[in-house]
Design a protein around this ligand. Structure first.
Ligand code: A3P
Length: 345
């Protein structure tokens, strides 16, 4: 009899213990995701006084967990109305540079609770057909967000496309513009590697980088090669400066974003007038990938796709030297205009 009672007690204790551990794990997970969804966005002084902020936060607590569905565009009309969700035009755009680390930057900024990313590259301003569809078409491509959050999109082709600065200016002349750059020669090789991989996927052959980057007739750098032209950052930036003052741009060091992302992200938070919310907790180094990956909370983390962080082909050192020499004066000008100096050779 006594033995039976003891067994029953042990069973009860086991059930209670499991329940307690389960609840604890659930709470920790929810607190993590709750933090992710707090609509902290004091951009352009929109943020109200402390009291209002707290009310807004409390009001949002019951909405957590639903946002992912909204972002995927799966919200019903009723949910949109109930939660005051909106599709907002971007307050900031990552305009380039292709292969500078634009995806990593967007995904990392999306760790911030006040930021909502447009997952796809929209190519509204650089594609005439899309642009002709009008600004409402563009807005409808944006993810749902709470009114206090900011939407960010990235389309790296914007940086090098002639018509884009004027078109963006017409939409919003005070928009914030982010440009992420890498050492120009490395960026050009990364650009080449992406095209090469595309050709290989289609079982096509392709030229060697050296052949494209150097003009065989003059033995000089081939400025007609797009991967080279894209890396002449100052030339493109000068076109943008006809429409926007330099204060509206923030230059991100793409090489540093690879090795030490947090300080670069903190500079962007500052530029966007966001409270500092991205922390070392959100970024962890994955030795297998060789890159930093993202941690949203204890249950959700992710690395960028395998197409980010490709192994580059070996390039003849004399070609690298020639390219670096070629980019040097343009880089100096870029440092001068932007006020940000890099240790590019
Ligand atoms: P490589 O593939 O040459 O290494 P974009 O997103 O603009 O196409 O840029 C791609 C580059 O982002 C990659 O170039 C990679 O080096 C860089 N990058 C920066 N941070 C990264 C990260 N955390 N994970 C993967 N790639 C990252």
């Amino acid at each position: 009899m006594l033995f039976k009672q003891q067994a029953l007690l042990r069973q009860k204790l086991f059930v209670l213990g499991s329940l307690a551990i389960g609840s604890l794990l659930y709470l920790v997970a929810r607190v993590g995701s709750l933090d992710r969804l707090q609509p902290l966005c004091p951009i352009d002084g929109q943020f109200g006084p402390r009291g209002q902020e707290e009310i807004a936060l409390r009001a949002l607590q019951f909405k957590r967990g639903l946002l992912h569905e909204f972002r995927k565009g799966n919200a019903t009309k009723e949910q949109i109305r109930l939660h005051n969700l909106v599709q907002q035009l971007p307050k900031a755009i990552i305009i380039g540079v292709r292969k500078g680390g634009t995806r990593a930057l967007l995904e990392m900024l999306n760790l911030h609770p006040a930021v909502v990313k447009a997952s796809q590259e929209i190519h509204f301003f650089d594609n005439d057909e899309n642009y002709a569809k009008g600004i409402e078409w563009y807005r409808k491509k944006m993810p749902f967000s709470y009114p206090h959050q900011i939407t960010i999109e990235k389309s790296p082709a914007y940086f090098i496309t002639e018509e884009v600065p004027e078109r963006i200016y017409k939409m919003n002349s005070s928009i914030k513009l982010l440009i992420i750059v890498r050492e120009p020669t490395t960026r050009a090789i990364s650009d080449y590697t992406q095209v090469l991989e595309g050709k290989e996927r289609k079982n096509k052959t392709y030229y060697k980088f050296e052949k494209l980057a150097i003009d065989p007739n003059t033995c000089e750098v081939n400025t007609k090669y797009k991967a080279v032209r894209t890396s002449i950052y100052t030339k493109h930036l000068e076109r943008w400066l006809k429409y926007f003052p330099i204060e509206q741009f923030h230059i991100v060091d793409g090489d540093r974003l690879i090795t030490e992302p947090l300080p670069e992200l903190q500079l962007v938070e500052k530029f966007l007038n966001l409270p500092p919310r991205i922390s070392q907790y959100n970024l962890y180094f994955n030795a297998t990938r060789g890159f930093y990956c993202l941690r949203f909370n204890i249950v959700f983390n992710k690395c960028l796709a395998g197409s980010k962080g490709r192994i580059h082909p070996e390039v003849d050192t004399s070609v690298i030297t020639k390219l670096r020499k070629f980019f040097h004066p343009f880089n100096q000008k870029f440092y001068q205009i932007t006020g940000r100096t890099f240790n590019w050779p």
